[in-house]
Design a protein around this ligand. Structure first.
Ligand SMILES: Nc1ncnc2c1ncn2[C@@H]1O[C@H](COP(=O)(O)OP(=O)(O)OP(=O)(O)O)[C@@H](O)[C@H]1O
Length: 255
């Protein structure tokens, strides 16, 4: 599924937080949104997954205008893993992941074997099968994050929106979750803080600064020492790996 935004701006109160953002994600591509704290990444993604209404502009899933789509229809196409997942009730892990199936259900339609199979497969993919009967709120932050990805996988969509998908995860699980998201072959739009992860997994990056797109392009083109210094105010040294053409970023602060 293709995703695009045309001239998206988002205001909260009288402040314009996101300013005239145009992005394009081709089918199956992995798109990174990067930028410092407060640059508008989450606000932009929230307007994509319809928690915030843009003050201007439109999103398109393929060529369909998102704002004209019923919420249930867009939830069949787009799953979300966001930064804060709080449940006030004691749902089990199984129940939380099963919630991913809700957009596919008609009113009063019961869960069936197909739903249970997708839940089991999703838990297996994030290596959380043994946690199926645990109370969600009793899990660690990283475990909860993997369950929220399992819920998104059970939703079985062609597009995945990830807002800082790895912020609670240890390095092994950061890489596993990114590998898994990449291998799904669906269109992914992810807000990321870790620039080495962004360089490794993203096909294309948009760099936000103060709510606007400051730069865009392939990780190799965008993640230069000059750009990182001017956007993040941190000196870096970029190493190029000749064999697989990946770049590696070393931060020089503190030296
Ligand atoms: N509900 C709100 N009311 C007022 N200001 C808000 C609100 N939500 C976000 N903001 C402000 O909008 C700006 C962008 O926030 P946003 O969460 O989109 O940034 P971000 O790039 O995702 O940051 P981070 O990397 O810290 O997660 C911030 O300055 C934030 O304080």
């Amino acid at each position: 599924m293709k995703i695009s935004s045309k001239n998206i701006s988002v205001s909260i109160g009288n402040t314009e937080i996101v300013k005239d953002i145009n992005i394009k994600a081709n089918e199956g591509s992995f798109i990174g949104i990067i930028g410092p704290n407060g640059s508008g990444k989450s606000t932009f993604l929230k307007s994509l997954y319809r928690v915030l209404r843009p003050s201007c502009g439109d999103f398109y899933l393929d060529d369909e205008n998102l704002s004209l789509m019923p919420y249930k229809s867009s939830a069949k196409k787009m799953a979300v893993v966001n930064q804060h997942n709080y449940y006030n009730f004691d749902f089990t892990v199984f129940e939380v992941v099963l919630m991913g199936r809700a957009p596919h259900k008609k009113a009063l339609e019961k869960d069936n074997q197909h739903d249970y199979k997708l839940v089991d497969e999703a838990l297996e993919k994030v290596e959380m099968t043994n946690f199926k009967n645990r109370v969600f709120s009793s899990l660690s932050g990283g475990e909860q994050q993997r369950i929220m990805l399992a819920r998104a996988l059970a939703q079985d969509t062609k597009c995945l929106v990830l807002d800082e998908p790895t912020n609670h995860l240890d390095i092994k699980h950061q890489l596993k979750i990114m590998d898994l998201s990449k291998k799904l072959g669906v269109t992914v739009i992810a807000a990321l803080h870790d620039l080495n992860i962004a360089a490794t997994y993203c096909d294309y990056l948009y760099v936000l600064k103060e709510g606007s797109i400051f730069s865009q392009g392939s990780p190799k083109d965008v993640l230069t020492e000059e750009l990182i210094e001017s956007v993040y105010e941190v000196p870096t040294k970029i190493f190029k790996d000749k064999e697989n053409k990946r770049i590696h970023i070393a931060y020089l602060s503190g030296e």
